[in-house]
Ligand binder design. Structure first.
Ligand code: UDP
Length: 345
């Protein structure tokens, strides 16, 4: 059995589905549903009824998690690894609520690592972020010095350090995945069914989702946050990766971790960037909808450019991206948003 924290969210649920499809593991999901959606656990359970378990739990309640773990063990389920997705992840919010980010992201990761050591759970896959790097000029490789410019990035940087230091002194090894900008919807969805996995959010803030919400008339307009950055068109540049590729990166990093038992850090992106203006233009082109876009000031905490050097994950694991095209990402995100527009909830 594998423990997936936060798998009622977008990335965790998509990754859980891939693990269920491609491995024999049972998956135990814990999620506090603060930003996740129970429909994702229900969808996974619908697809794999005997292999998915769900507990509503906030990770700050480590005693409860430990007691559930003991129950699972008593029922004959040995937890062989943890994939830790549960986190707060909004850059701007983190600048307003830093303590919530350090408590929820850093402290909970520390306690989870402690639980793993205590119960001999050796393998840990961690959702990190390109935000650990801060401002950078060129392609970022994993040795680029860490200099986060917002509490979100700092909370993840500290969590990484905790996990790496733990691995030095305990029978424990981790794969730290520094995500660049994930977007799009899985190609495995059946859109005729109420059971589908994707990016749900009560108040979306991520660029491709926001733009697709405009294209499906869920919101009347959107803003571009800053056009005075030192980038080719003045708007921020990001390396967008399709959700199915990000899920696959977890699977391959986990397999390598099991085979080698050595902690590794991986950038997970495609190695090329698009500006905010380019993304917005592409959403308009694909949807054929010319929604309203206002230019606004910079959003606090945003670095100008984040593009992955992804050589390490490509050479050190069997990961091979399948959907490395902005058009593919946006098309799937748009279809997903059209699906959501006709869902009852
Ligand atoms: N962005 C924007 N308008 C929006 C949402 C995002 O201009 O409505 C910009 C944001 O300022 C950043 C880029 O799009 O430069 C990517 O932001 P997002 O929130 O998608 O991801 P992040 O890089 O913050 O994780």
């Amino acid at each position: 059995m594998l423990l997936f924290t936060g798998a009622c969210g977008y990335i965790g649920s998509s990754t859980a589905r891939l693990f269920l499809e491609q491995t024999d593991y049972k998956i135990w999901i814990v999620d506090n549903l603060s930003t996740g959606f129970e429909i994702h656990a229900k969808t996974l359970k619908h697809l794999y009824p005997d292999r998915v378990f769900f507990d509503l739990l906030d990770l700050s309640d480590m005693d409860k998690l430990e007691s559930l773990l003991k129950t699972k063990q008593a029922q004959g389920h040995s937890v062989q690894g943890v994939l830790h997705f549960a986190a707060k992840l909004l850059v701007e919010e983190s600048t307003r609520m830093p303590l919530d980010y350090y408590a929820n992201n850093t402290l909970n990761t520390l306690q989870l690592a402690r639980l793993c050591v205590k119960h001999q759970i050796k393998h840990f896959v961690f959702s990190s972020t390109a935000a650990v790097y801060g401002q950078t000029k060129t392609l970022i490789d994993e040795n680029t010095p860490l200099n986060p410019i917002n509490p979100y990035g700092a909370s993840k940087m500290m969590s990484e350090r905790i996990l790496l230091d733990t691995a030095k002194v305990a029978p424990f090894a981790c794969a730290l995945l520094r995500y660049f900008n994930v977007a799009g919807a899985t190609h495995f969805n059946d859109y005729n069914s109420p059971f589908a996995l994707g990016h749900r959010a009560k108040n979306a803030t991520h660029l491709i989702k926001v733009a697709c919400e405009c294209a499906t008339h869920k919101r009347p307009s959107m803003a571009i946050f800053g056009n005075d950055y030192s980038t080719p068109d003045g708007t921020c540049v990001r390396d967008y990766i399709h959700i199915d590729d990000l899920a696959l990166a977890h699977l391959e990093a986990f397999k390598t971790l099991q085979a080698e038992n050595v902690s590794q850090i991986y950038n997970v992106g495609y190695g090329r960037g698009y500006s905010v203006a380019e993304v917005v233009a592409k959403v308009k082109e694909i949807s054929g909808v010319d929604f309203k876009v206002q230019m606004q000031g910079r959003r606090p905490g945003d670095p100008a450019s984040l593009i992955a050097n992804n050589t390490k994950i490509l050479s050190h694991t069997a990961f091979k991206p399948q959907y490395a095209s902005l058009e593919t990402i946006i098309k799937s995100a748009y279809v997903w948003e059209q699906y959501l527009a006709v869902q009852p909830c």
